[in-house]
Design a protein around this ligand. Structure first.
Ligand code: NAD
Length: 341
């Protein structure tokens, strides 16, 4: 553990909503390792108890199982907290497509309730937003540029729109009520514990490569994306949390190293020595008519560098090998690989 970090977090009482999820559980690990007392509020809708099991078994984490929409669960989880990382959200293309109303309610109304309580308790607050707020542009996306709202004809944009409203809520609480809040705009985070069930491409590719199934690439595979290892993302988040200058700001968190989804499929096959073939499938095999696939998504990392001096650098090959070493992924859901949200 880095000694500066342990000074920052030793004895702090931190609430992580969505802490049983992919990014949340890695953040919980890092906070506990730095000496923080961590409470997780999670309804386990997409998160998993297994992600927290070692921490729960050692009494290093308190779990409140419930929804951010439930005032009693929220009150219980907030007891004694000084810091809040709000990651709970309806996430993933598939989940948004399947439950569009629920997703908006959780991401907008849920976030407002969490922020209102954070403001009441004066918590140092971080909320996870998404690169989806930038809409259908190509980047490099800068935090101060205008956001483009994709057409409501494509249900995809309801997720980005709901996350953008969460950002407005957080910054309004900052401006109107002095809430020390920071917005984290995450771009494609990848690593162990991520599941393919809700539309995430890399775990599905790794699983397919390991089981000899075809890696299914949506369309021509020329969509370009950047993938950030979850350890790098958590490091960036904690460095932002340790930077007073990040209060009242929005900051991109991700990698700016680009590759196409077709290249991703080829490299996964190569790195894992797989005999799987790569198959191209039409978008309508996976998505409803009118679903918008985006061509390119790349962050500007200038602000992250300026605020923290940190730039994600873990090579994708390292991440892919780590994912492959996880116990067999149990999700056997659709394997088609478009780019995730
Ligand atoms: N992983 C990425 O690449 C990525 C990219 C952009 C943004 N984000 C954002 O980061 C955050 C975490 O995403 P993730 O990838 O870890 O997804 P995840 O699905 O693994 O984590 C979300 C967690 O929130 C919990 N949750 C959902 N609804 C809830 C509710 N009503 N009450 C309490 N808990 C609830 C889920 O059970 C899950 O544990 C989300 O806010 C997401 O929008 C992630």
């Amino acid at each position: 553990m880095d000694s500066k970090r342990s000074v920052e977090w030793q004895g702090r009482r931190v609430l992580v909503t969505g802490g049983a999820g992919f990014v949340g559980s890695h953040l919980v690990d890092a906070l506990v390792d730095s000496g923080a007392h961590v409470t997780v509020l999670d309804d386990l809708s997409t998160g998993r108890l297994e992600n927290l099991l070692p921490r729960l078994a050692d009494d290093q984490v308190r779990l409140v199982r419930g929804s951010i929409l439930d005032p009693r669960a929220l009150d219980e989880a907030l007891r004694g907290a000084t810091h809040l990382f709000h990651l709970a959200a309806a996430v993933g293309v598939k989940r948004i497509l399947e439950r569009p109303f629920g997703a908006i309610r959780i991401n907008v109304q849920g976030t407002e309730r969490v922020l209102a309580q954070a403001a009441r308790h004066g918590l140092r607050t971080f909320i996870a937003s998404s690169s989806e707020v930038y809409g259908p542009g190509s980047g490099p996306f800068r935090e101060d540029q205008p956001l483009v709202i994709g057409s409501p004809d494509s249900i995809r944009w309801s997720y980005g729109c709901s996350k953008a409203l969460g950002e407005f809520e957080a910054l309004n609480f900052h401006r109107r009520h002095g809430l020390p809040a920071t917005v984290l705009r995450l771009f494609n985070v990848v690593g162990p514990r991520q599941r393919g069930r809700f539309g995430m491409v890399l775990p599905r590719f790794v699983q397919a490569a390991q089981t000899g199934q075809p890696l299914q690439v949506v369309g021509d595979g020329e969509q370009r994306r950047c993938f950030c290892d979850v350890s790098d993302a958590v490091e960036a988040i904690l460095r932002l949390a340790e930077s007073p200058a990040s209060i009242g700001t929005i900051c991109n968190v991700g990698s700016d190293v680009e590759l196409t989804i077709g290249q991703l499929a080829e490299r996964v096959v190569q790195w894992l020595g797989s005999s799987s073939v790569i198959e191209h499938v039409e978008p309508d095999r996976l998505y409803p008519p009118g679903f918008a696939e985006i061509a390119r998504r790349r962050p500007s990392l200038d602000r992250l560098l300026e605020l923290t001096g940190f730039r994600p650098s873990i090579p994708l090959e390292t991440t892919v090998r780590q994912i492959a070493r996880e116990p067999r992924l149990r999700d056997s859901a659709a394997q088609a690989g478009g780019a995730e949200a």
